[in-house]
Design a protein around this ligand. Sequence first.
Ligand SMILES: Nc1ncnc2c1ncn2[C@@H]1O[C@H](COP(=O)(O)OP(=O)(O)OP(=O)(O)O)[C@@H](O)[C@H]1O
Length: 212
Amino acid sequence: MIITKELKFTYPGTATLSFKDFSLTAGQQILIKGESGSGKTTLLHLLSGILTPDSGIIEVDEVRVDQLRAHQRDSFRANHIGLIFQRNLFIKSISMYKNMLLAQHIAQSKEDREILMEILEELGISNLSGKKPHHLSQGEQQRFSIARALVNNPKVVLADEPTSSLDDVNCHRFSQMLKSICEKYNITLLIATHDSRLEQQFNCVIELNESK
Ligand SMILES: Nc1ncnc2c1ncn2[C@@H]1O[C@H](COP(=O)(O)OP(=O)(O)OP(=O)(O)O)[C@@H](O)[C@H]1O
């Protein structure tokens, strides 16, 4: 499902980041660990086509992401990848339900209320979907961030430090929900983090380090 080979990337004026090769099967769940600056966010941006590598191969769902043109990368991301961040921005003036519909609309120019409701029910947040973002706790907002990552039926979910702003209870609840919903829909899950609370929940860990 995901294959990388000899990936290298350089930000202007900085040393080149080199990434070890890895390959993941459909539905696999892994943690990407590494100290600050080791390239975790950069790797997720390369996998999702936000950044293009200097060299190397990235294959996601049999698509050579490294060879896509800019407009193809945007459409690839919209159709294949769900993204979750540390703090997820929602549009403040509309309900969470409308925020979710908007995510579908932007990616596909169409809404699928049936899938959306199924995901909200699965995550136990359908009763909160009429609320606006600022009426929700950080933990509740992160559950909506899972929903938003899934509403376009992705093959892969990439999460960047998704639990950093959560307390222990919400961290555990969030990661369990994310893991179980990805398992249900056979979505490949990569979480980049230095949050050691997540470690015991993942069998597969890729460790990045600065000195490569
Ligand atoms: N836009 C940028 N321009 C120049 N250098 C950058 C840029 N973004 C990141 N870097 C550098 O690239 C390296 C990798 O950054 P990256 O954000 O991928 O690391 P990380 O492992 O996610 O770090 P953290 O855990 O602190 O978020 C760091 O040395 C960083 O300073």
